[in-house]
Every structure is written in C-alpha cells, then in structure tokens.
Design a protein around this ligand. Structure first.
Ligand SMILES: [Ca+2]
Length: 136
C-alpha cells in the first residue's frame, strides 16, 4: 500500500523559500520620547507572516541593538515592515515610528554581482526614512 505524502503548510512553505535575508538592526538616533523623559525602544521586523523582534533597550532614545534578524524570503515582492515600539510594563506598548522597504532592488543587485562577489559580502545599508532613524 502506498501513501502519497501529505501536503502540509510547513512543507510547502519550506519548498518555496528562495533564501534567507539577514537584517541587521544597528541603532536608533534621536527616537521619540514616549515615557516621561525617555523611551524603552525595540524594533519589530515583519515580512508577510513572519515577525521578529529585537531586545528592549531601557531608557535610551539613541539605542544600539546591533542585532541580526533572519527572515526567510519566499516572495521578493513582499516588503519588509519595521516598527519601533516603546516597551511599557503596565500599559500597551507605544508605537514610536515605522518604515517599510522593498527588498527587490537588493535581490537584483545580488543576482547581477553574484559571479564576482566574494562570499560574506553584504549589500549596502538600506535607505530607511529619516523620521524612523533606525539604520539597518
Ligand atoms: Ca516605556
């Protein structure tokens, strides 16, 4: 008796992964104050259904996260959304700013330069809007 393998959501997702994208969240500069004098910022990176977070940095509007978040790229046309929140212990976290960017130009650049690009090469820093001020 033969059984055909079951199509599950996770296996079909695995098959459609084009590659892994590592987003380095470096730091924020002059972020919005959401508490009395400061904020406790962290960054949420979303792409489609994936959602990743950096750690919270307490009482600092110029935080340095230097964290790498790895996303699985299944569809290059899905933009990456980044949102900075102020962590609050007793109330809902306040939003401090957000940004959205398209990864297609970077994927195209990688494809074109793939032949003469040594491994470990990183693409240029992404142009994140000034209002957001998180460099990645
Ligand atoms: Ca807070």
């Amino acid at each position: 008796m033969t059984e055909s393998p079951k199509e599950t959501d996770s296996s079909s997702l695995m098959e459609s992964i084009l590659g892994l994208l590592r987003v380095r969240v470096k730091r924020g500069v002059n972020l919005a104050v959401r508490d009395v004098r400061s904020s406790d910022p962290y960054v949420v990176v979303k792409m489609g259904k994936q959602k990743l977070k950096t750690r919270v940095i307490k009482k600092d509007v110029n935080p340095e996260w230097n964290e790498d978040l790895t996303l699985s790229v299944t569809d290059p046309s899905v933009p990456i959304k980044m949102t900075v929140y102020d962590h609050d212990t007793f109330t809902k976290d306040d939003k401090m700013g957000d940004a959205e960017f398209d990864i297609r130009p970077y994927i195209e650049a990688l494809k074109q330069d793939l032949d003469d690009m040594p491994s470990g090469t990183t693409v240029p820093e992404l142009p994140v809007p000034d209002a957001f001020s998180v460099l990645c």
